[in-house]
Design a protein around this ligand. Structure first.
Ligand code: DC
Length: 234
């Protein structure tokens, strides 16, 4: 891919802090923030809503459905000043519908399907060929943007990641215990790192950032200082 725009790639496991950090970095740089996990989540939501079997044997049918739908990612700021991505499927806002434990439990399976991945990767590359981006996911530095200007691999201990995810789910899903959340994270990590197509792995040239003991401000400051050294002087 011909590169005219600046690309920041951020990968890492579930609840490593990628989303929060990526949004703040994108805001600071005035780059487009792209949450690729939201695309896999939206695809999963649609296929589940249509009661389709999400597995390799049915991949052609799944692809046919996904091919017909328009995926929209629109960055917004709410009244409290919080930056978030609105996820639209053919214009319908599915932002909150894609962040449930049911989608959490199924999205890693959707993400194992090579043809589904190829379709979403092409959409992600198209966004990066028309905008400077901060793109977060699992395969951004290795597959989607292998020539990214800066690559980060964010991680944190399992306990820290489970507590973060538990805190996010506490209000909407009080039935989930910390143990449930921890088990689900382990299972998603297992599927994401062991799948045959574009598994979650740190790119050789990615900078490892452990967010276990850092505040979000510290993490973002570290990332911005690396990026500023690489940005072309205006
Ligand atoms: O970042 P997230 O939890 O919203 O991602 C949801 C799932 O999507 C994750 O379990 C793996 C998959 N995913 C992927 O395989 N590749 C990406 N670039 C982004 C997400």
């Amino acid at each position: 891919m011909q590169k005219k725009f600046f690309q920041v790639a951020i990968d890492g496991p579930v609840a490593a802090g990628k989303g929060t950090a990526a949004k703040k970095v994108a805001l600071a740089l005035k780059f487009l923030y792209v949450d690729t996990g939201a695309m896999y989540r939206a695809a999963t939501w649609l296929l589940m809503a249509k009661k389709m079997a999400i597995d390799a044997a049915h991949e052609a049918e799944l692809l046919e459905v996904l091919d017909k739908v328009d995926f929209g990612l629109v960055n917004q700021t709410d009244e409290a000043g919080n930056f978030f991505t609105q996820v639209l499927l053919d214009g319908r806002d599915v932002s909150s519908l894609i962040r449930t434990p049911q989608i959490d439990a199924n999205v890693s399976t959707t993400a194992t399907l090579p043809l589904v991945r190829a379709m979403l990767v092409a959409k992600q590359q198209a966004l990066a060929s028309a905008n400077s981006v901060v793109m977060e996911g699992r395969d951004i530095g290795t597959k989607v943007l292998p020539a990214a200007d800066v690559k980060f691999f964010l991680t944190a201990s399992l306990e820290v990641r489970a507590s973060r995810r538990f805190a996010t789910l506490a209000l909407s899903h009080p039935e989930m215990t910390l143990q449930d959340v921890r088990a689900q994270i382990l299972e998603r990590d297992r599927i994401d790192t062991h799948r045959a197509t574009d598994p979650l792995v740190k790119a050789d040239d990615a900078i490892l950032v452990d967010t276990s003991d850092d505040s979000i401000e510290e993490t973002v400051a570290k990332m911005l200082s690396v990026i500023h050294q690489k940005l072309p002087v205006a």
